[in-house]
Design a protein around this ligand. Structure first.
Ligand code: CTP
Ligand code: MG
Length: 241
C-alpha cells in the first residue's frame, strides 16, 4: 500500500514572529522544512510527500527541497487555515493515490525522529483507523470557561486527572479515503456550524471513527514560540545532517 505524507508548512508563524515563514527558519544550518524532508528520507515505505506552502512563496519553498529524495514530492499552495491547507493536499492526493495511507505532519515539528513516522506507519498497516502520536502531559491542566479567558482571574472549574490526558503530536496516520471524506464533510458544515478542528484526528473523532494513541517523542515538539525555537536550535546542533 502506498504511504503518502502531507507536510503542512503554509503557516506564517505569527506567534514566533521570525523574519521568514516558520517552516523556513534555520535550525542548525538547515531550514525546518529541509530537516523534515531529510528525516523522511530515512523512513522506510514513504511513497511520496506533499508540502503545503504559503500561496505566494512557492519558489522560496522549492529551494528548501533537497535534491534527490528517495520519494516523489509535490508542492501545493495552502489555505487560510491549517485545515484548509490539509484539504488542498488531500485534493491532490485524491487524484494521484486515492488508495493510500496518509500521514499528516507539521513542518513546525521539524525534529521529529524517523522512528515516530515508522511507528505510525506500522500501526496503520496493522489495521488502525487513525493513529495519533502523543505523550503524557507534564503540567497539571486547569479548566476554565472559554468565555472567561480574557478575565484577569478566570475561575478554575476543575483539574482533569492527568492520567486521562495525552498531548497530541504529529505525524497523525489515516486511511486516505476516510480522512478525505471527513474533511469534505467538515468543509460543507464550516459555513455556519462547525468550528475549525484543532487537528485531523479531532475531525475523525467528530465523525465517530476510532482514533488511537501511539507513543510520541519529546523531539516532536512543535516550534510555536521563541522559547521553543531556542530549544529546537540546541537540539538541532546534536542532529547534524
Ligand atoms: N499551517 C498550514 N497552513 C495554514 C496554517 C498553518 O499549513 N494556513 C501549518 C504550519 O505551517 C505549521 C502547522 O500547520 O507547520 C501547525 O500550525 P502552527 O504551529 O499554528 O503554525 P502557524 O500557523 O504558522 O503559526 P501561528 O499560528 O503562530 O501563526
Ligand atoms: Mg497557526
Amino acid at each position: 500500500r502506498e504511504v503518502w505524507v502531507i507536510v503542512t508548512a503554509a503557516g506564517s508563524g505569527s506567534r514566533l514572529g521570525a523574519e521568514v515563514p516558520k517552516a523556513l527558519v534555520p535550525l542548525g544550518g538547515h531550514p525546518a522544512l529541509t530537516r523534515v524532508l531529510i528525516n523522511l528520507s530515512q523512513v522506510e515505505d514513504v511513497t511520496g510527500v506533499i508540502v503545503t506552502h504559503p500561496e505566494s512563496q512557492r519558489e522560496l519553498f522549492a529551494q528548501a527541497v533537497p535534491a534527490q529524495l528517495p520519494y516523489a514530492i509535490h508542492l501545493v499552495p495552502g489555505g487560510v487555515s491549517r485545515q484548509a491547507s490539509v484539504y488542498a493536499a488531500l485534493e491532490l492526493l485524491s487524484e494521484i493515490s486515492p488508495q493510500s495511507l496518509v500521514l499528516v505532519h507539521d513542518a513546525a515539528r521539524a525534529l521529529t525522529p524517523p522512528a515516530v513516522f515508522e511507528r505510525v506507519i506500522e500501526g496503520m498497516l496493522e489495521g488502525a483507523v487513525a493513529l495519533v502520536p502523543a505523550l503524557p502531559v507534564k503540567d497539571t491542566i486547569k479548566q476554565i470557561r472559554p468565555e472567561a479567558a480574557a478575565e484577569d482571574f478566570p475561575l478554575v472549574l476543575g483539574s482533569p486527572n492527568r492520567d486521562a490526558l495525552r498531548a497530541a503530536q504529529t505525524p497523525q496516520g489515516f486511511d486516505f479515503e476516510r480522512l478525505w471524506a471527513v474533511h469534505q464533510k467538515a468543509r460543507d458544515l464550516s459555513a455556519d456550524e462547525a468550528k475549525a478542528a484543532p487537528d485531523d484526528a479531532a475531525l475523525m473523532e467528530a465523525f465517530d471513527y476510532p482514533v488511537r494513541i501511539v507513543t510520541g517523542d519529546e523531539l516532536a515538539l512543535k516550534i510555536t514560540t521563541m522559547v521553543d525555537l531556542k530549544l529546537a536550535e540546541i537540539l538541532a546542533e546534536e542532529q547534524p545532517i
